[in-house]
Design a protein around this ligand. Structure first.
Ligand code: AMP
Length: 116
């Protein structure tokens, strides 16, 4: 369930510091330590899923929850109407640096597509 070497597992288990905004039985949301925009949140499954490449049918409720919490936090952060971007990076070409699946929720400024 938990990967002892994984920083996001430790955050979900509250064994590493983070500014946690939301947590339930399936997911945890916290502020990114290196924000690229005024609002930059990460939402992760509590279970250690390395990347989208490791998603299983049993993860479907968790993946749905990521989006529900994204909606909730976008409203709470005041970026729902102005807009935001959701990003899930996978492996090297996707720019993934932390190998515990996470959804970036980025907003508070106008973004160009693609970001590079
Ligand atoms: P990615 O490049 O998609 O794997 O994104 C990883 C993100 O995690 C980056 O935006 C980092 O700034 C962020 N990050 C890494 N370690 C932490 C941490 N301990 N607390 C909060 N955010 C983190």
């Amino acid at each position: 369930m938990m990967n002892a070497a994984c920083i996001f597992c430790k955050i979900a288990a509250r064994q590493a510091p983070a500014h946690i905004l939301y947590q339930d039985d399936l997911v945890t949301a916290f502020r990114d330590i290196h924000p690229v925009a005024p609002t930059h949140l990460l939402i992760i499954p509590n279970r250690h899923i390395e990347s989208v490449n490791f998603v299983t049918p049993e993860d479907e409720p968790t993946l749905g929850r990521l989006f529900r919490v994204a909606r909730h936090l976008a409203e709470q952060e005041g970026i729902a109407a102005s807009g935001y971007r959701i990003i899930v990076n996978t492996n090297a070409n996707g720019g993934q640096t932390v190998f515990h699946l996470h959804m970036h929720v980025i907003g508070g400024q106008r973004m160009r597509y693609p970001m590079g």
